[in-house]
Design a protein around this ligand. Structure first.
Ligand code: SF4
Length: 397
């Protein structure tokens, strides 16, 4: 098999790895109207998703690039129950050597076929040895080939603190996949991964290193961002458990983003007969995590059902507003920014636009709001416009 064939094989099941806002992995509606306007993913057809190893992706700074998402090796000695690469599963494996992969990537990069890279790997001869191969690849790219583009490196379970620091010096983003929200749930998914020591501790190291060292020591003089991923529904955990851990990580280790991958069974794995999780659950988890990260919501305010899950039919911001704002609508001419952000249909840019417009006069009708980018059909039931409910105006929209 030629190198491109190997790369295609290694990348073929990377849809499990949400790592940036890549098309086809975050559902197109993962960022709903009234949520952040900075993370808008766009659509990638299922056929393209299956065949491509380079994916259009949106970086944390909003820039769109072609991102190569791949493994260095699909050989793995671990046996995570949900994973297509688990040890003992019968399929053809492939492995790149660091020099070989770095050379191939640079050819793609020079041909403008790949502008950034996300590099992970199956584990062979321990997490630390595997991490070294990832780091060697990154160093060849940065130091021998002078690659200056976007780089996201996965931190392997079992990596050492010095390796985490080295990854931070080379990468724009580093990530550790927690997979499950706590020790008990992880045992149902990946019995040989150790939640606290192997997964949570590296995320703590990243933050400790960021706090103890100046930014100029890191790639491009900036601290790398950190993300994680959960297999949503794989361990029968609740949304409350997933969002409790997400909220803790955002507050304590400055997690930039949690990715949620709705569980779907893979043939010839111990969970092959487990039912797939509705992708809408993934979507609701994203919405809730944006409310926690960007909209000033607390975990306690999430509209969890008694079983600890988010209602699937209604987005969490709308559910909160229906419980809290219908009887006490918000006067748009007096509301503070944090209050505006709680109204469905008003996103981060919309709230700023309202504050700015108020400096020149009162907002009295839905047409003015629509011109500011507000989704008036969603927002109107929860607002007062100069003391009046805009219900009668709504018929025009
Ligand atoms: S360690 Fe990673 S690649 Fe290996 S089986 Fe587990 S999830 Fe899959």
């Amino acid at each position: 098999m030629d190198a491109i064939g190997t790369l295609r094989m290694l990348s073929s099941q990377m849809e499990l790895e949400h790592a940036e806002e890549t098309r086809g992995f975050d559902t197109p509606s993962a960022v709903a109207p009234g949520y952040s306007t900075t993370n808008e993913p766009v659509c990638f057809t299922p056929k393209e998703s299956r065949s491509a190893f380079v994916h259009p992706a949106q970086l944390p700074n909003g820039k769109q690039i072609l991102l190569l998402k791949t493994l260095l090796s699909s050989a793995c000695e671990r046996d995570c129950y949900y994973c297509p690469f688990r040890a003992g599963r019968d399929f053809r494996r492939a492995t790149f050597k660091p020099e070989e992969f770095a050379g191939l990537f640079m050819k793609l990069h020079q041909a403008k076929a790949a502008e950034g890279i996300f590099l992970s790997s199956g584990i062979a001869a321990g997490g630390a040895n595997t991490q070294n191969r990832i780091l060697d690849t990154a160093e060849i790219l940065r130091k021998r080939f002078g690659y200056r583009g976007y780089m996201h490196l996965k931190i392997m379970p079992g990596a050492e603190r010095g390796q985490v620091e080295r990854a931070m010096q080379l990468a724009d983003r580093v990530s550790v996949n927690l997979e499950a929200p706590n020790t008990e749930r992880l045992a149902k998914l990946a019995p040989h991964k150790v939640f606290m020591e192997e997964l949570l501790r590296p995320l703590r190291w990243v933050e400790e290193i960021r706090r103890s060292q100046p930014a100029y020591k890191f790639w491009n003089g900036k601290y790398p961002s950190t993300v994680t991923q959960f297999v949503a529904g794989g361990a029968d955990e609740s949304d409350l458990e997933l969002l409790t851990t997400t909220s803790w990580l955002m507050k304590n280790v400055r997690l930039k983003r949690a990715y949620f991958s709705a569980f779907h069974p893979i043939h010839d794995t111990p969970l092959e007969n487990k039912a797939a999780v509705d992708p809408l659950r993934e979507h609701r988890l994203y919405q809730a995590s944006f409310l926690l990260r960007d909209y000033g919501f607390d975990l306690e305010e999430m509209p969890f059902t008694p079983d600890g899950n988010l209602p699937l039919p209604t987005d969490p911001k709308l559910a909160w507003a229906q419980m809290n704002l219908v009887e006490r609508p918000l006067e748009i001419n007096r509301a503070e920014k944090r209050e505006l952000l709680r109204v469905p249909g008003i996103g981060l840019r919309g709230a700023e636009a309202i504050l700015s417009a108020r400096r020149t006069g009162k907002l009295r009708d839905l047409t003015s709001l629509r011109k500011l980018g507000i989704i008036v059909r969603r927002a109107a039931p929860f607002l007062l416009l100069d003391g009046k409910r805009p219900a009668s105006q709504l018929a025009m929209y």
